[in-house]
Design a protein around this ligand. Structure first.
Ligand code: PMV
Length: 339
């Protein structure tokens, strides 16, 4: 029997991945902030068996998670023959509420990939590079491949980023990151905690026949190049415009998919409006973004924490489901745990 345990953080995309090709490959390049303090911790035990996965969440057996985890291991098998005939017992825990509706697939699949990589080392003696771990995570959930790096990760081959690849994510070079972007925070305003009406998997699929897909991919790739310049130069105003435009484009693509759908709720729009009003009135650079859901991420430089918390507590919390919001610093978050 072998055992491995890792913590892996979540991430929020600044330039969004929306649309795929082939086996979990992105239709355009994307870049994300890693949410150091919102993470999954996973421990995997192996035993000789029939190649089955059994999942325990917070110590409680959860058969409804088995299929997704099983699919993760099945996808690794062509490259990891030792997994044949091995059973996996997976114990997992998120440090944010399950019901919060924030994507746990990125941190969850990232943690699983890190554990699988460590098990591979124990079985074969081969230490896999982080790019391979990232690629393994990608097979579980596309955006998960970015979670194994921080504070920023790039996924998708792009001429402006040497070494970038569709197969795995790479870190944004630390030395290129301007001072202005080194210490940021994310406050995730929980508007809706339940299951989304349309899953990400189904949403990606709708891009295949989307009338604006080609234009969206071209815009995203152009934004990747522009954002690189912004991250190097420290232009927070340009960052704000680009990141907010990306979030609204993601949701605009949903609205003009066929069938069309809406994931934002009235409270999401009201939070966005209040953040914009506050920014206009105070000049405090709060930046909104969204993933494929109703929750609103409010990004801001750490030096404005007091002002941001004031807005959140006085004006935004009342719009959140059960007054719930989650906070994280942007940073690296992978930790190998004592199994
Ligand atoms: O990793 P997936 O397949 O759940 O897709 C996530 C897509 C977005 O969160 C909407 C954007 C992104 O780049 O993370």
């Amino acid at each position: 029997m072998h055992v491995a345990a890792f913590r892996c953080p979540s991430n929020i995309a600044l330039v969004k991945y929306w649309g795929k090709k082939g086996l979990q490959l992105p239709a355009n390049a994307s870049i994300s902030f890693t949410l150091r303090d919102l993470y999954t911790e996973t421990r995997v035990e192996t035993s000789k068996g029939e190649g089955r996965a059994e999942v325990y969440v917070d110590g409680v057996r959860q058969p409804s998670f088995d299929a997704k985890v099983q699919a993760f291991f099945d996808r690794q098998k062509p490259a990891m023959t030792w997994m044949d005939g091995v059973d996996f017992r997976v114990y997992t825990h998120n440090n944010f509420p399950h019901s919060s509706g924030i994507a746990s697939s990125a941190s969850g699949m990232g943690a699983l990939a890190l554990c699988a990589g460590e098990l591979h080392r124990q079985v074969s003696g081969e230490m896999l590079p982080t790019t391979t771990i990232s690629s393994m995570a990608r097979l579980g959930s596309g955006s998960a491949c970015r979670s194994v790096y921080g504070p920023l990760a790039i996924w998708g081959e792009h001429p402006a980023y040497p070494g970038s690849s569709d197969q795995f994510a790479v870190p944004f070079p630390e030395q290129e990151l301007h001072e202005n972007f080194r210490q940021w925070e994310d406050a995730v305003m929980i508007v809706e905690s339940g299951r989304k009406a349309v899953s990400s998997t189904a949403g990606h699929k709708l891009l295949d026949a989307h009338p604006y897909a080609a234009a969206r991919y071209a815009t995203a790739n152009a934004n990747m190049e522009q954002l690189q310049g912004i991250l190097r130069s420290g232009d927070v105003a340009a960052f704000t415009a680009l990141v907010e435009s990306e979030a609204l484009q993601l949701h605009a693509m949903m609205m003009c998919s066929m069938p069309y759908y809406l994931l934002m709720k009235p409270a999401s729009l009201e939070i966005i409006r209040r953040v914009w009003d506050f920014r206009e009135q105070t000049g405090v650079p709060l930046v909104i973004t969204l993933d494929a859901g109703a929750n609103v991420h409010v990004l801001y430089p750490a030096q404005f924490k007091t002002q941001a918390e004031e807005l959140i507590n006085n004006s935004l919390v009342s719009l959140c489901e059960n007054g719930q919001y989650l906070c994280s610093s942007i940073g690296e978050g992978v930790v190998q745990l004592n199994p």
